[in-house]
Design a protein around this ligand. Structure first.
Ligand SMILES: Nc1ncnc2c1ncn2[C@@H]1O[C@H](COP(=O)(O)OP(=O)(O)OP(=O)(O)O)[C@@H](O)[C@H]1O
Length: 280
C-alpha cells in the first residue's frame, strides 16, 4: 500500500457551538500504482481528509501511513521528502498557480525547491518535456497563467506536480471547475500519466460520473464516515449503502463525461482539440 489511512478522526470546535465532526474513524487504502476514488457530498469531510494526508491539518486521532511509515510525526528531512513524494492538484488551477510567475517558473519551481535539477539549462529541458507530456506547446514557457484556458491551466498544474516525480498524486476535485468538454481530456491525461509512470492517485470528487471514469475502486464518505468501499463495477451494479444509491441516482443520464466502466475514453470532438491545445 502506498497510502494507508487508519482510524483518522477530526473535529472542529468553536466556543458556544457543538463540535463539528468532520472525520470519524476513517480507514482508506491506496495500492501502489492504483487509483482510489473518494466521493461524498459537500461537507462530507473530503477536503479535511486530504488536508490530513497532506499534513496541512492534524487529525485528533489516527495514522496516515505512507509506504508503511506514519507521516504525521515526520519533521525536517523526512517531512520534506514526504512533501515531494505526495503532490496535490487543486480544484481551481487559476488560484493555485501564481499569476506573476511564468509557466517555466511554475513548472520548474519544485525542482529548485527540492534540489532535483541544479543546472538551469537542464531544468528548462525538463520543463519542456513535462509540458510536452501534458499537451502544452513549449512556446508557452514564457507566458503567464492569465493567457491560458482553465483546462490548459490544469494541465500546467499537473506538469508542476509531476516535475518532482511524486509517487502519489492527491487530486481535490481537479475537473470540477472545468467545462464538461474539457474534463475528459484532463482525466485522460491522468490515466496516460499513470500508465507511463506507475503513479498512484487518490482522487476526490463530489461527481460520481467523473470518479466512475477514472477509478477502479471507490470509497464513499458520508458525514465524515466511510459508508461503503467497493470496486467500480460492484458499486454501480449493487450499491450497499442508501447514501451511495442516492448519489448514483443523482448522476445525470446520459453521462456526458463517461460512457461507463471498462469502456474506452471518449474520442476527441472534431475540431475540439485546438481550444485546449492537446492531442487526445
Ligand atoms: N476549519 C474549520 N472549522 C470549522 N469547521 C470546519 C473547518 N473545516 C471544515 N469544517 C467542517 O467540517 C465538515 C467537513 O468539511 P470539508 O470541507 O472537509 O467537506 P468537503 O466534503 O470537502 O466539502 P466541500 O466539497 O464543500 O469542500 C463541514 O461541516 C465543514 O463545515
Amino acid at each position: 500500500m502506498i497510502l494507508d489511512v487508519r482510524g483518522v478522526s477530526r473535529s472542529f470546535r468553536a466556543i458556544g457551538r457543538p463540535p463539528v465532526v468532520a472525520l470519524d474513524d476513517v480507514y482508506l487504502r491506496v495500492p501502489e500504482g492504483d487509483t482510489l476514488g473518494l466521493v461524498g457530498e459537500s461537507g462530507s469531510g473530503k477536503s479535511t481528509l486530504l488536508r490530513c494526508v497532506m499534513r496541512l491539518e492534524k487529525p485528533d486521532e489516527g495514522e496516515v501511513l505512507f509506504r508503511g511509515r506514519d507521516a504525521l510525526p515526520l519533521r525536517g528531512k523526512g517531512l520534506r521528502a514526504y512533501r515531494r513524494q505526495v503532490q496535490m492538484v487543486f480544484q481551481d488551477p487559476a488560484s493555485s498557480l501564481s499569476p506573476r510567475m511564468t509557466v517555466e517558473q511554475l513548472v520548474g519551481e519544485g525542482m529548485l525547491v527540492h534540489r532535483l535539477e541544479r543546472s538551469a539549462a537542464r531544468r528548462r529541458e525538463r520543463v519542456a518535456e513535462l509540458l510536452d507530456a501534458v499537451g502544452i506547446p513549449p512556446d508557452a514557457m514564457a507566458r503567464h497563467p492569465v493567457s491560458f484556458s482553465g483546462g490548459q491551466l490544469q494541465r500546467i498544474a499537473i506538469a508542476r506536480a509531476l516535475a518532482v516525480e511524486p509517487s502519489l498524486l492527491v487530486c481535490d476535485e481537479p475537473v470540477s471547475a472545468l467545462d464538461v468538454s474539457v474534463q475528459a481530456q484532463v482525466l485522460n491525461l491522468l490515466l496516460r500519466t499513470q500508465a507511463r509512470t506507475g503513479l498512484s492517485i487518490l482522487f476526490v470528487s463530489h461527481d460520481l460520473a467523473v470518479v466512475k471514469y477514472l477509478c477502479p475502486s471507490i470509497a464513499v464518505l458520508e458525514k465524515g464516515r466511510i459508508v461503503e468501499e467497493a470496486s467500480r463495477d460492484k458499486l454501480f451494479q449493487a450499491p450497499r449503502a442508501a447514501y451511495t444509491r442516492a448519489l448514483i441516482d443523482a448522476v445525470p443520464n446520459p453521462d456526458p463525461v463517461r460512457p461507463g466502466p471498462g469502456s474506452r475514453p471518449p474520442k476527441p470532438r472534431p475540431g475540439g482539440n485546438d481550444a485546449e491545445g492537446n492531442h487526445e
